[in-house]
Design a protein around this ligand. Sequence first.
Ligand code: P6P
Length: 342
Amino acid sequence: MITLSEFIIDRQADFPYASGDLSRLLQDIGIAAKIVNQQVNKAGLGDILGAEGTTNVQGEAQQKLDVYADEVFINSFLRGGEVCGIGSEENDEYVAFDRPLSKKGKYVVLFDPLDGSSNIDVNVSIGTIFSIFRRTSSIGDTANINDFLQKGDEQVAAGYVIYGSSTMLVYTTGHGVNGFTLEPSIGEFCLSHPNMNIPEDGKVYSINEGHLNSTSKGVQAYVEYCKKADASTNRPYSARYIGSLVADFHRNLIKGGIYIYPSTKSAPNGKLRLLYECSPLAYLVEQAGGIASDGKQRVMDINPSELHERVPLYIGSKNMVEKALAMLEEHDAPEKEVEKAK
Ligand code: P6P
């Protein structure tokens, strides 16, 4: 049984110039995840349920567990010293740490402390998503916005924690994807899913069909394609939509599938945030052999312009995402829009 800490140290050799800072940062994330897991596991018991009575920058009611998870991860990064600043769904602005030790930190972390938090009160799996960049500002200076507005290709590590029937931490540092399951009896994440690869095909499509009438013709055509019987292409697919991105992504990573959060009339850029949801999951899925697109371009190619920027997301099995993108191209091409305008 290999623990997360042992694995991280072993893999440090993948980076000849590694000083151990990234290794320590990844271990800090593992510790924070165990602390959050403690509370998630008993959310129904304490008074930690229910909204904190505040709203985040997205205007979404903040659940107490959201705020708690945000604080746990921030404190872990502050204590570790490897991080000079953070961006989080629960904080309107980025936070530049002003401790002298933190100003020497080489990395910034963007994270969604508890994605899918509306599911907390109904006991559905939720997750933490994180993305790690090397800072672009000088070591010793105070972090600035440019440290955070980096495109996905610049990530040095990315991953998620899923608090589900078991608690898992899945991450990549650019050398494949590995999954660790929390062994409660020893309080350690143990390697359970080495070298994860997403099947090129799957039988599951994940999209909120309640929004379908406000999506493009291409999205509607792809969903109809998913439902049409054709044994030669494994269809009809099964619809699975948990309302928790990490849970839908994790299932599709293991079994194959596609997750779509498209542009809609009310949300032209979709709902999901580029920097701490789409970009880290795009890094993971590409490392696992899959594809992540905003419908027009590779998610990892997008140059962010603001911290909480939203983008549409098509992510999962290579052949399924390629088919979806082809149907967007066929039905939503700009010249089609010109025809409509006539
Ligand atoms: P909708 C949760 O709020 C989240 O960010 C993702 O975890 C989830 O997949 C999606 O939004 C659900 O959004 O609009 O379908 O309820």
